[in-house]
Design a protein around this ligand. Structure first.
Ligand code: CTP
Length: 410
């Protein structure tokens, strides 16, 4: 039987509080235990008795209860679990978290914890969309708090829109992804990952970009961090939150990305998952380019951007032990991937089909083939999160037991 993982569950007020019972019930089937804090608002919707009956754990409610303080102080309560999950998270609780308030047991535990925090908001659609709530969510995101949902649908208040608590199974998936991996095969290793697109300025308002969402690169960085690696993510502009436990460096263009990657060296592993723009305008205009009368066309002079993957693959003594690139192809996958392996001088290429039919860009899934010197592996279609974890585990196995005759590629 696998080890039981302990999650501190905080149930705040809202009609969705009853779904927390489902999270507990289904979570126990997945080997999760849920000591729970029930807020005063939450207690209007579910009873401590029903929670305790399902969880088999104590339910904590009162910050100043002497019994609880002697059995388990709020500091210990917030630290003994591996992860703190707030489900449902009300607008009020999110606001208190953002402001750093600590006026009850839930907010005190949230302020005192040193563990990753995941929140599952649920509220009326107007409350969710309110700039105050959105600003609070942004603050929490920037602090590394994981956010799952809300999702769109019918709301208890009779309105419709985004505000519904995410489905309990999705919350449990997010919990499992947020939990630190139990063994840390990459502890002591240093990894740099590039992710997202780059934006190459044409003038102050226009830029050249591409359709990369950054989801794959971010998932890879998350996976490396979960396996214990010190992970640096150099990310172009995306809409994604910073992954927990990862040092994220935000950049805009290819030259900045290159600069941050070079500063991150030496590393054991480099994964270039960014869709770096191959070219940039030869001259970025400092003023907005204006139309000139009846001008019908205009030429844009482009010059090549630095190739980050090729540069670190040939970084001499600073070359990482393992350099991994992606090949985004719409045709002749194998041929192009093998050519890219040689041209870039990297150790592995993960080749994926980015033709529109494959739905890779912005999608949730990815299907890759791994090409190395003299080795090809076909990986099944995986979620980008699972693919990240498979790659991190494959890297951990290779670093532990490197192939005897690795071809020199530099
Ligand atoms: N890459 C990079 N820096 C660049 C261009 C690409 O680090 N300036 C990396 C990408 O992160 C990816 C790999 O190189 O890991 C392959 O990128 P891709 O765009 O598929 O290849 P290109 O070299 O641009 O070749 P082509 O556009 O001809 O397919």
């Amino acid at each position: 039987m696998a080890e039981i993982r302990r999650i501190l569950l905080i149930i705040s007020g809202g009609i969705a509080a009853y779904k927390a019972l489902e999270i507990i019930r289904r979570g126990r089937e997945r080997g999760l235990a849920f000591p729970t804090i029930l807020t005063t608002g939450g207690a209007q919707f579910v009873t401590p008795l029903s929670i305790a009956a399902l969880s088999g754990e104590k339910v904590y409610q009162d910050l100043f209860s002497l019994t609880d303080e002697s059995e388990m102080g709020h500091i210990r309560l917030s630290r003994e679990a591996e992860l703190v999950v707030v489900a449902p998270a009300s607008a009020d609780l999110l606001a208190k978290m953002a402001a750093g308030m600590a006026d009850d047991l839930a907010t005190t535990a949230l302020l005192a914890t040193d563990k990753p925090v995941l929140v599952a908001p649920a509220m009326n659609v107007m409350m969710w969309r309110h700039p105050a709530t959105q600003a609070n969510i942004q603050i929490l995101r920037e602090r590394g708090v994981g956010i799952i949902g809300p999702v769109a649908g019918d709301l208890a208040c009779g309105e419709e829109g985004d505000g519904r608590l995410a489905e309990p199974t999705d919350i449990l998936d997010a919990i499992e992804q947020s939990l630190p991996a139990p063994d840390l095969p990459l502890k002591g290793k240093r990894v740099v990952v590039t992710s997202g697109p780059t934006h190459e300025a044409i003038d102050p308002v226009r830029y050249i970009a591409n359709r990369s969402s950054g989801r794959q690169g971010h998932a890879i960085a998350t996976a490396f961090a979960r396996l214990g690696a010190t992970t640096i993510l150099v990310s172009g502009p995306t809409n994604l939150p910073d992954p927990p436990g990862v040092k994220v460096l935000h950049v805009i263009n290819a030259r900045q990305m290159m600069g941050e990657v070079l500063k991150a060296l030496p590393v054991d592993v480099a994964v270039c998952a960014a869709a770096v723009a191959d070219w940039r305008p030869a001259e970025a205009q400092t003023e907005k380019i204006k139309k000139k009368g009846s001008e019908e066309s205009r030429k844009l002079d482009l010059i090549a951007n630095p190739d980050i993957l090729a540069t670190i693959s040939r970084a001499g003594p600073k070359r990482p032990k393992l350099v991994i690139g992606f090949a985004a192809e719409t045709e002749a996958l194998e041929q192009n991937a093998l050519a890219k392996l040689e041209k870039k001088g990297c150790d592995w290429i993960l080749a994926n089909d980015v033709s529109e039919a494959a739905g890779t860009f912005g999608g949730e899934f990815n299907k890759v083939q791994l090409f190395s010197h003299g080795l090809t592996e076909q990986w099944p279609k995986l979620s980008k999160i699972d693919l990240g974890m498979r790659l991190a585990k494959r890297v951990a196995a290779t670093l532990k037991d490197p192939p005897a005759k690795r071809a020199k590629s530099a």
